[in-house]
Write a protein that binds this ligand. Structure first.
Ligand code: NAD
Length: 361
């Protein structure tokens, strides 16, 4: 059986890091018979340059027909003066909306070889392996009414934090399902001591847990406490599920535990589609220099194998190959803290693909 992967390199370092991730997919095909077919299309600034649209129709068709989408990054100074709907970021927002990607998965895993990259003490972060599952298309970022008004001489602005039962139910299910593939623990984060919308959140998460996922451990935590616990004792968390606003903040906080932006993958998942991408941007400052770290994109392939292609065995292999390469001491420039020798983006991708082949022997 073949699986179809839509590959959207995008801008800046996007094409460089995606090329290395495709090498890894090629190795999975050769050694483990994955049967993946990759087809490339334009997005972001490249979409505007090539087709006059940051999310061209051809890309849209490919993404909708694919089993999963792999994206590099979009954006860069070249396109900053364009009208908003033509800017690269508009392409990203449109593909997320078009594919109804309501759940954002952001793992924060501390690699023991890179303990020094964090600003926290090694004994606090050693062994940290957290997955933040953030609701992506609802909550205060989209709630209505929203806007500005004038009350006498004073200007006011307002937003609405709103969730419906079905929105909470579907994200809760995604978090519990993800926990079953990990350590089987979910921490639901909200502010139910103050907000009605959080009271509803807590009720629905509890209900979904009792009815469908009683094998998974569930705890509830207020967001202020969660922000504190992430720094104080991050190892206590497995899966954190939360709404759009709290998730935006907590997923960035969790990712910084690891200290290395070039190592962090992500997934955006809907009922029928899913897109995988590194959390970082297009890094125009190093684009075209073969210096980017491709590991976040390669680890995004591992997430794709786990969450879309139902190959957790191969996801483990890719993660193991990355661990081995780090054990071998290979570091791209962003990770070569002690002034040690830095390898190129290409060399890092080659090394992971080679390690993967060795794991298959
Ligand atoms: P950035 O993540 O691109 O870069 C921040 C810093 O991290 C830079 O110094 C960069 O060199 C470094 N960096 C990032 N990824 C790296 C990697 N894989 N290896 C080594 N170093 C890496 O953020 P920015 O500079 O704020 O944004 C640059 C462009 O990217 C902007 O146009 C922005 O809109 C866009 N952006 C896109 C996405 C996305 O496509 N999802 C996300 C964030 C920013």
């Amino acid at each position: 059986m073949t699986v179809k992967i839509a590959v959207l390199p995008g801008d800046g370092i996007g094409p460089e890091i995606v090329r290395e991730a495709v090498k890894v997919i090629d190795a999975l095909n050769e050694v483990f018979g994955l049967g993946a077919e990759c087809e490339e299309a334009l997005i972001g600034g490249a979409g505007f340059d090539g087709a006059g649209d940051p999310y061209p129709e051809q890309t849209r068709r490919l993404a909708k027909a694919a089993d999963a989408v792999l994206l590099g990054a979009v954006g860069g100074p070249k396109w900053e003066s364009l009208d908003k709907p033509l800017r690269p970021e508009a392409g990203l927002l449109r593909i997320r909306e078009d594919l109804s990607l309501f759940a954002n998965y952001r793992p924060a895993k501390v690699h023991r070889q890179l303990l020094d990259a964090s600003t926290l003490k090694p004994e606090v972060i050693e062994g940290v392996d957290i997955l933040v599952v953030r609701e992506l298309v609802g909550g205060i970022y989209f709630g209505r009414p929203r806007g500005w008004e004038k009350d006498g001489r004073e200007r006011r602005a307002f937003n609405t934090m709103v969730y419906g039962e079905s929105e909470v139910r579907r994200i809760a299910r995604k978090a519990f399902e993800a926990a079953r593939l990990r350590q089987g623990r979910v921490c639901s984060v909200e502010k139910a001591n103050v907000l009605e919308v959080s009271e509803l959140w807590r009720q629905i998460v509890t209900e979904v847990h009792e009815r469908e996922f009683s094998d998974v451990a569930l705890e509830h935590m207020y967001v202020d406490n969660a922000a504190m616990q992430l720094i104080r004792h991050p190892r206590q968390f497995d899966v954190i599920v939360t709404g759009n606003l709290f998730g935006d903040i907590l997923s960035d906080e969790a990712s910084m535990l690891t200290g290395s932006i070039g190592m962090l993958p992500s997934a955006s998942i809907g009922e029928h589609h899913a897109m995988y991408e590194p959390i970082h941007g297009s890094a125009p400052d190093i684009a075209g220099q073969n210096r980017a770290n491709p590991l976040a994109t390669i680890l995004s392939v591992a997430m794709m194998l786990r969450y879309s292609l139902e190959r957790p065995d191969l996801a483990d292999k890719v993660e193991q190959a990355v661990e081995r390469v780090l054990d071998d001491g290979l570091r791209t420039a962003d990770l070569a803290f002690d002034g040690g020798h830095a390898v190129s983006c290409t060399a890092m991708g080659d090394a992971v693909a080679q390690r993967l082949r060795m794991l298959g022997e």
